[in-house]
Design a binder for this molecule. Sequence first.
Ligand SMILES: Cc1ncc(C[n+]2csc(CCOP(=O)(O)OP(=O)(O)O)c2C)c(N)n1
Ligand SMILES: [Mg+2]
Length: 326
Amino acid sequence: MPESLASADKDASFAAYREMLRIRRFEEAAARAYTQGKISGFLHLYIGQEAIAVGTALAMRPKDRVVTTYRDHGFALALGSEPGQCMAEMFGKATGLVGGVGGSMHFFDRDRGLWGGYAIVGNHLPVAAGHAFASKYKQDGAVTLCFLGDGAVGIGPAHEAMTLAGLWKLPVVYVVENNRYSMGTPLSRTLPVEDITLRAPGYGIAADRFVVTDPFQVRDRVSEAMDRARKGEGATLIEVLTYRFRGHSMSDPAKYRGPGELDSFRSQDPLEATRAALAERHAIPESELEALDDTVSDEMDAAIRFADASPQPDPEHRFRNIYVEN
Ligand SMILES: Cc1ncc(C[n+]2csc(CCOP(=O)(O)OP(=O)(O)O)c2C)c(N)n1
Ligand SMILES: [Mg+2]
């Protein structure tokens, strides 16, 4: 058992496991709704990567921000967004997080620190640099956390953003969620160098790299980078080696995986590791863990019912929130 998990107390472990389980059950419910035709457009699931969002939420303070990709449901839930509002957003309903006009890829919940899911690969890194620049300028003490995929690091704006982050010592942490694939393409076919953090010295920013084991490890490693940012010591590039258990999106059967690959990563699932710690180290009986699963599943069923019963947006809503004035 990793030290980070072994040293976490029972209540914290239970709470973190519950949050990860909520994300997993939410994603499974969304996948079912998608196959029933209730969700249009793309749907990218976060199953397998939950510990990253949950650990990050544990590291954040009230004014800190998350800017992320289209694989954004896990961050919304970890930061406290209502599952019903998240589901309704995907159903295109008026009660959704952004009134049903954003969909799965464009969650936004400013009051909870989620400053957007972005669909254009790599183009949100400069947005994060902008947020961090504003924090430095206003001296508000906040840190911006920007999550990106392994497929984003070769995109032009990623380079521009990290250059400025280094040059201006911005309070930003770039976290690559390296889930080994960008769509169906393995990292070895998109990048000449395997270790993404080797780029960090070229930008004059700090680096960290680890295989994700559990949410407390993520909390601790992300906190270190956030502390540096808060002290004015500048940005960090973190590479978290993770894995997604489902296809890139719902339309991907994921036939590109090697033999035994999925099973091998499933045996390292941080959700299962956290569950095992609860059962073995904290002696929580199986019945209690099953009861928790039932409660969480009920919560997600209720989210589906809420989204189903919600009204369609007023057609005029599509013209709102385009300009600052309205
Ligand atoms: C600029 C741009 N190019 C291409 C796409 C199409 N596209 C969507 S997701 C994706 C793969 C990105 O993979 P990665 O960055 O590893 O993130 P992951 O999906 O694995 O979380 C691509 C190529 C896009 N959305 N934006
Ligand atoms: Mg990827």
